[in-house]
Design a protein around this ligand. Structure first.
Ligand SMILES: [Zn+2]
Ligand SMILES: [Zn+2]
Length: 384
């Protein structure tokens, strides 16, 4: 039995400011030793994503109580029976969809759709079945198989990808969600090739990660679009070649700048308006990839004739169409060579105690990724 501190959500929909209502409470938690197919990971760093906020607000309903957080990196402390791919001492990035490797989706070569992993996530359980976290004996759910806002995580081995030793966890943690979703959409879902043109709509950390992915793919024109000037400046610093404020003139400006439309539009704003803008910016034969994940009730009607006549492809992008075992190392190689500077997606480094203030910054749109850096917490074992 391991005891440690973690942030538990017990009630969704608490009012702002979160620094006062404190939806996340730091408590002592317990975990058993890892069972078959499981590993115990000491979290080095974890970062906040908009999906965490949606659990807090209740926009996405997950079983509670839950330790939230799904983007983290750390070091393996112990492995359970049958785990051969990892051993104690390995550095890992945790990923929010454990890919089982044997379901129809995985076998078809589309592990980002792994139905078995998604089913476990929806129940707040591990891929290996059930929950392991407890607080004074009460069962606590795991957010997306990871439960990252805690000093330790017990996860299915499929929720972890081994990475080269010694890379800073405060940088590599963002490879578990932001980079997979953003750069993955650019490099996998959209399939941007050298010399092509791209528009990215919505410049949060995931949209900016798509900008990085487009740059890594050697796109010739990368048009970054947002409502906020500050985010446009960030996008330019990350490699966007044009920055366009989102307003009624956006479409005309982008069509002029790109000679009639982009090869690929990436919608990362999570809004119907963002999707409409993306669809209006692609050239004939172009591709629209949407990863923004609007609220479940958002409905859209498409005019079909131009879709056919213009030969446009519309693709949903979950997890950036990533095979995590293949793509985390691939994207880390780009990071190590300086071609995917993911550390620039981080705006704040904070302590676990500051997590409710971090939720406020996230809700206010003030922050990119905010990384919780965990102090070196000694492994404490109960006498029981
Ligand atoms: Zn996320
Ligand atoms: Zn699967």
């Amino acid at each position: 039995m391991t005891t440690f501190r973690g942030a538990v959500l017990r009630e969704r929909g608490l009012p702002r400011p979160y620094v006062e209502s404190r939806p996340l409470e730091i408590v002592e938690l317990e975990l058993p030793d890892p069972g078959p197919g499981e590993i115990l990971v000491k979290i080095g760093a974890a970062s906040l994503c908009r999906s965490d906020l949606s659990v807090v607000t209740g926009a996405r309903v997950w079983p509670l109580p839950m330790v939230i957080g799904h983007e983290a990196a750390g070091q393996v402390v112990a492995v359970g029976p049958g785990v051969v791919s990892l051993q104690a001492g390995d550095d890992v990035v945790l990923v929010y969809l454990p890919q089982c490797g044997v379901c129809d989706d995985c076998r078809r070569g589309e592990p980002w759709l792994c139905d078995v992993g998604m089913a476990a996530n929806r129940k707040g359980e591990l891929l290996t079945g059930g929950t392991r976290l407890t607080h004074h004996g009460e069962a606590i759910h795991h957010h997306m198989g990871v439960a990252a806002f805690a000093e330790y995580a017990l996860v299915a081995a499929a929720s972890a990808v081994k990475v080269p030793p010694g890379l800073p966890a405060k940088d590599t943690c963002v490879f578990g969600c932001a980079v997979l979703c953003g750069a993955g959409t650019a490099l996998n879902t959209s399939g941007i090739s050298s010399g092509q043109s791209v528009a990215v709509i919505g410049l949060g950390a995931v949209g900016l990660s798509a900008v990085l992915g487009a740059k890594a793919a050697n796109a010739e024109k990368i048009v970054a679009i947002d409502r906020l000037d500050a985010k446009l400046l960030t996008a330019i610093s990350l490699g966007a070649t044009e920055a366009v404020l989102a307003n009624e003139d956006t479409r005309a400006r982008v069509l002029t700048q790109t000679g009639g439309g982009v090869d690929h539009a990436i919608e990362a704003s999570g809004t119907k308006e963002g999707f409409d803008l993306a669809a209006s910016l692609v050239r004939r034969g172009g591709t629209v990839s949407t990863l923004g994940l609007p609220a479940p009730e958002v409905f859209h009607e498409l005019v079909l004739a131009p879709l056919v006549a213009n030969g446009v492809t519309i693709r949903g992008s979950y997890l950036g169409s990533c095979d995590t075992a293949r793509d985390v190392p691939r994207f880390l190689e780009l990071y190590q060579s300086g071609r995917l500077p993911a550390e620039q997606l981080v705006s704040h480094h904070i302590a676990l105690e500051d997590i409710n203030s971090a939720l406020d910054r996230l809700a206010d749109g003030e922050a990119l990724r905010q990384v919780i850096e965990f102090e070196t917490a000694p492994l404490r074992r109960c006498a029981c």
